[in-house]
Design a protein around this ligand. Structure first.
Ligand code: NAD
Ligand code: HSO
Ligand code: ZN
Length: 435
């Protein structure tokens, strides 16, 4: 392919803010057509159930099945895949799963209670959701790692039923995905994807159970569908096309940085790789590395499109300004490829995951560092967090008044209730005031 023209920006240029806003706009990937397609799929699945899921799966994943039953994997399929895995893959999967479990065990929220002097008890009870829907992407690549990242925190939280969906375009089933599902204790797994899978989990069909919450990453159709079904079902976040922002002081090998940018660009034409540096000559060096390395990449067509349409190389005055630009972007992944990442860290406010130091390739976080790789995209790291055990747990408040406490607080509630003209509230509280 021809060399991609990558957008070059300088924070000193007059229209820098406008150019940056344009680069980051969600609309640039989720256009009206995507929204219309997704709306249509959601409506059809809601109304027609299995039949619509089968029809869309045949159309978008190029299958030829006649019933939902043909699209369900059995527990035997999953276990067999795990049993037959080549030794190196079995070992890598097990190490990754253990590290992800160790990290997530630390996130477990616990119930608590405390008692006031008059015997009144207050607290919080933590309970897992009953059923979680796990979206595992599978359109342009296979994601066994996403099976672990979705299922392990759900398991740690204590969710009983894990319903996994994963598309199998052209009927190609990835054995590592099935093996990961067995290892992580998935309850049921279906070979469906896209907006139709999200709709099936959100509304339920004859075969697919309606879940309490849908989690997991996906392309723009998946992310748009999750956003649209929110309310009928819970969702974790918008975890759409991958993003990487690298802040570099110009001292890292430019080939390393080029490959780090490629690592996220190769997910999707819609993926967004951005490099910020204080050194204009370094941006040129990375540009040269990109030109040199791109022809060697298996997925150069996808990487090339992502670089041409969604990437930028940005020159800033200093690292403080780099941090400010990062906070405006709020990327999914941030690499601090600088001499002293700890010194820069206090200035970083928004990023899904922060990879610190020249040796910390973002790719390690994708597989086996331990923290979750399901992360907020499109600037939603301003208010969303990585997928975690907390996504599968919810909290109920506990309130148990003693006789004395009910009397004291009854007086307070009575005044406030009468201030709101809610007489039944006031009288309900007043009955319990000691005379
Ligand atoms: N943010 C995160 O945490 C994170 C993690 C891993 C992957 N990702 C992202 O997940 C995405 C995976 O994408 P993918 O495509 O490989 O798999 P996917 O499973 O997300 O999407 C494939 C499905 O999209 C649907 N689809 C494709 N083209 C369509 C069309 N024209 N109309 C209607 N539906 C259509 C099909 O149903 C297909 O089954 C990538 O964007 C990747 O960057 C994000
Ligand atoms: N980088 C992806 C999250 O955006 C996760 C992933 C899985 N496999 C490879 N990468
Ligand atoms: Zn990745």
């Amino acid at each position: 392919m021809t060399k991609p023209e990558i957008l070059r920006l300088d924070s000193q240029q007059a229209d820098f803010k406008e150019q940056l806003d344009k680069l980051l706009a969600w609309e640039s990937v989720s256009n009206k057509e995507v929204n219309r397609t997704v709306e249509d799929i959601l409506e059809r699945v809601k109304a027609e159930g299995d039949a619509a899921v089968v029809e869309f799966t045949n159309r978008f994943d190029r299958l030829n099945v006649s019933s939902m039953q043909e699209l369900e994997f059995t527990q035997q399929d999953l276990q067999q895949a795990l049993d037959n895995l080549p030794e190196d893959q079995h070992k890598a999967l097990t190490i990754a799963a253990q590290r992800v479990r160790d990290y997530h065990e630390r996130q477990k929220g616990e119930s608590w209670q405390y008692q006031e002097a008059d015997g009144t008890l207050l607290g919080q009870k933590v309970t897992p959701m009953d059923k979680a829907g796990l979206y595992v992407p599978g359109g342009k690549a296979s994601y066994p790692s996403s099976v672990l990242m979705n299922a392990i925190p759900a398991h740690v939280a204590g969710v009983e039923e894990l319903i996994m969906v994963v598309p199998t375009p052209d009927g190609e089933v990835n054995q590592l995905v099935l093996a990961a599902a067995a290892l992580a204790g998935v309850s049921r797994a279906f070979a469906i994807g896209g907006a139709q899978a999200v709709a099936a989990l959100a509304y339920g069909t004859e075969t697919i159970p309606k879940v309490d919450k849908i989690v997991g990453p996906g392309n723009i159709f998946v992310a748009t569908a999750k956003r649209a079904v929110y309310g009928a079902v819970g969702i974790d976040m918008i975890a759409g096309p991958s993003e990487i922002l690298v802040i570099c002081d110009g001292q890292t090998d430019p080939d390393w940085i080029a490959m780090d940018l490629f690592s996220q660009a190769e997910h999707d034409e819609d993926a967004q790789p951005i490099l910020i540096s204080t050194d204009a000559a370094f941006l040129d060096q990375v540009s040269a590395s990109i030109e040199k390395l791109l022809p060697t990449m298996e997925r150069q067509a996808i990487i090339g499109r992502s670089l041409a349409d969604r990437a930028a190389l940005i020159k800033v005055a200093d690292l403080e300004e780099a941090a400010r630009v990062n906070n405006r972007i709020a990327p999914e992944h941030l690499e601090l490829s600088v001499e002293d990442p700890q010194a820069l860290l206090p200035l970083i406010k928004h990023a899904g995951a922060i990879f610190m130091g020249r040796y910390t390739a973002e790719a390690l976080g994708d597989y086996c560092a331990g923290p979750n790789h399901v992360l907020p995209t499109s600037g939603t790291a301003r208010f969303s967090s990585p997928l975690g055990v907390y996504d599968f747990q919810k909290r109920s408040s506990l309130i148990m008044f003693s006789e004395a406490g009910a009397s004291e607080m009854g007086k307070v509630a009575s005044v406030l209730a009468r201030g709101e003209s809610l007489t039944a509230h006031a009288r309900s509280a007043e009955y319990r005031i000691k005379r």
